[in-house]
Write a protein that binds this ligand. Structure first.
Ligand code: SF4
Length: 328
């Protein structure tokens, strides 16, 4: 049996790229584990520029989206990172065993710092806080995208270093392994870049059918299809990638055949996609409406999640402090 930890930035409403790339997997992972911890990592969000009121709104919207998408507080622990102070406590402890060179070698740090005139310390130590997030709960598996594999390796390195210094005979922290779940990466509606809110090329998970159609109708397709009679290549079309995510196999086969033979125009193809998306999104929208009708529900769920997370986190810190000579 495994213990899962995963975090998501409080970026407001989920879009379908986040949903298919991460959260749909989380929903499946709630079953058959010892424990699953899903965390809205609001402390990590402080390393970018933000307005406090905006962060407050985005945190709440993310929690609503996660619950609407199918996270079940009876089967997982959902909480805000900042509600469990042990994350920053353990991060400080790990700072004391993490060499600067290891942090400076991280690809994400190098990419980010190359674009900044002045680099905040939090950008450098971001993966130390990630290590604390994971190890605080003794997570054995961490669902990650390929871009996070290096940070997870650093978490293992930090666990090894801390164990070597303070728990040499019987290692206290295990080494969490990546869970490379089948991730469906969706390009944005422009077909140019990954779906991302900052690029304005997303479809929100909670958007209405009409709003989605407004966005789908002009979305980029196979550029070879200038006229309806032009034959297309579904494999290079982003709309077909969305069919792969939302449409059942027989529909996907029909789409591919009708694209190759030019039996369908792209608008017909998009109408079929919009119908497939409704099958998945209607129940999610319904749950979001139910959650919205219960004003204290989200706050209560998050408070309960934080309480459960703190219970585990406090025990971890007790063990850590004892081994480090910080208790009498
Ligand atoms: S018919 Fe569908 S799959 Fe083919 S190019 Fe148009 S939108 Fe893309």
């Amino acid at each position: 049996m495994s213990r899962i930890f995963s975090g998501i930035q409080p970026s407001g409403d989920l879009h379908i790229g986040n949903y298919l790339g991460a959260v749909a997997n989380w929903v499946r992972m709630q079953e058959g584990r010892d424990a699953t911890y899903f965390c809205v990592v609001d402390l990590h969000a402080l390393t970018g520029t933000y307005e406090p009121a905006d962060l407050r709104r985005r945190r709440h919207e993310m929690a609503v989206s996660l619950l609407a998408a199918g996270l079940d507080p009876e089967r997982c622990t959902l909480f805000f990172q900042s509600a469990v102070p042990q994350h920053t406590e353990l991060a400080w402890i790990f700072n004391t065993v993490t060499p600067l060179g290891e942090l400076e070698r991280q690809t994400q740090y190098k990419d980010k710092s190359a674009r900044l005139e002045s680099v905040l310390t939090g950008v450098l130590t971001y993966p130390v806080l990630q290590a604390a997030d994971i190890l605080l709960y003794h997570a054995t598996r961490v669902p990650v995208g390929e871009d996070q594999v290096q940070h997870l390796e650093l978490s293992r390195e930090i666990a090894r270093r801390w164990n070597a210094r303070f728990a040499a005979e019987l290692p206290y922290f295990g080494e969490p392994q990546p869970l490379l779940t089948p991730v469906r990466r969706l390009m944005g509606l422009d077909g140019q870049a990954k779906m991302s809110k900052s690029l304005g090329n997303t479809i929100g998970l909670l958007e209405s059918r009409e709003q989605i159609w407004e966005k789908l109708r002009p979305a980029m397709t196979d550029p070879a299809r200038q006229r309806k009679t032009d034959r297309g290549t579904p494999e290079i079309c982003n709309i077909y990638a969305m069919h792969r995510a939302f449409s059942p196999e027989p529909v996907r086969q029909e789409v591919a055949a009708n694209c190759r033979s030019a039996a369908w125009g792209c608008i017909e193809c998009k109408q079929v996609l919009a119908a497939s998306m409704e099958e998945v999104l209607v129940p999610i929208r319904r749950r979001a409406a139910e959650i919205g009708a219960r004003p204290t529900y989200v706050t209560d769920v998050l408070a309960d999640g934080a309480l459960r997370a703190r219970t585990t986190a406090q025990e971890t810190m007790r063990q850590v402090y004892e081994r480090m000579g910080l208790t009498d």
